[in-house]
Design a protein around this ligand. Structure first.
Ligand code: DC
Length: 221
């Protein structure tokens, strides 16, 4: 059987992880969430009161131990021996993750882990630079996006379902900050690969998007 690599890139809140996870289940491919790794580095800087760039962070990089495990719920992120899978989803970590992701030394360390995880089996990897930098030879590349308004609305609804509330304007502002940071950084910015298929999910149900990507993968197999 052929090994297939699927790269899904796009801005924050476009639904990449839920969609990638669902497609991975349907195809039996391993799902790799690269954003979780930047989030783990961000959490490390929060816990150790480190700046988000500069010498102090770069000197600490070797001490940041990131391990990826899998259980029945999916990817488990172990930071220096501790399961931080839930903690890294909190809002304070999101903004800091976008900041530490601009640091080349952080990216090089994480890209190395990501490429090793993708060896020898079919994977669906989501992030910002997967099709352009991490897996440039991926057989399938998708660029998944939606309007800022729609992404903010989805995030608002997701929080509401978890019994949390957040001002929608604040959500929009955070998303816009991360979009700018992620796409304007010098090293491996968020960008659509030339050979990626562009999907705007603003007016699509999640199920439609999953089916569309599944079909694209089947055609590539
Ligand atoms: O996908 P996410 O929201 O969990 O990602 C958190 C941050 O990590 C995002 O703002 C940018 C950064 N990131 C990145 O720069 N490159 C990746 N491949 C994945 C995430």
């Amino acid at each position: 059987m052929f090994i297939i690599k699927v790269a899904i890139d796009g801005p924050a809140g476009a639904g990449k992880s839920s969609i990638a996870k669902a497609v991975a289940e349907k195809t039996g491919f391993v799902y790799i969430d690269t954003g979780a790794m930047y989030r783990a580095v961000a959490l490390y800087t929060i816990l150790h009161k480190l700046p988000t760039s500069g010498d102090e962070l770069e000197k600490a990089i070797d001490k940041i131990k990131i391990d990826i495990e899998y259980n029945e719920k999916g990817q488990v992120l172990i930071l220096c021996g501790e399961d931080v899978t839930s903690r890294i989803r909190e809002a304070d970590v999101s903004i800091v993750a976008s900041d530490v992701a601009t640091v080349p030394a952080v990216r090089l360390k994480l890209v190395d882990i990501q490429r090793r995880l993708a060896e020898n089996h079919s994977v669906i990897m989501d992030g910002r630079d997967i099709g352009t930098y991490v897996l440039p030879d991926a057989e399938v590349k998708i660029f998944l996006t939606a309007s800022v308004e729609e992404r903010a609305k989805r995030r608002f609804m997701q929080l509401k379902e978890n019994g949390e509330t957040e001002d929608i304007e604040k959500i929009k502002k955070d998303i816009a900050y991360r979009d700018k940071n992620d796409s304007e950084r010098k090293f491996a910015p968020l960008r659509q690969a030339e050979d990626a298929i562009y999907i705007d999910t603003s007016d699509m149900t999640m199920q439609k998007v999953i089916e569309k990507i599944y079909k694209i993968i089947r055609e590539a197999q």
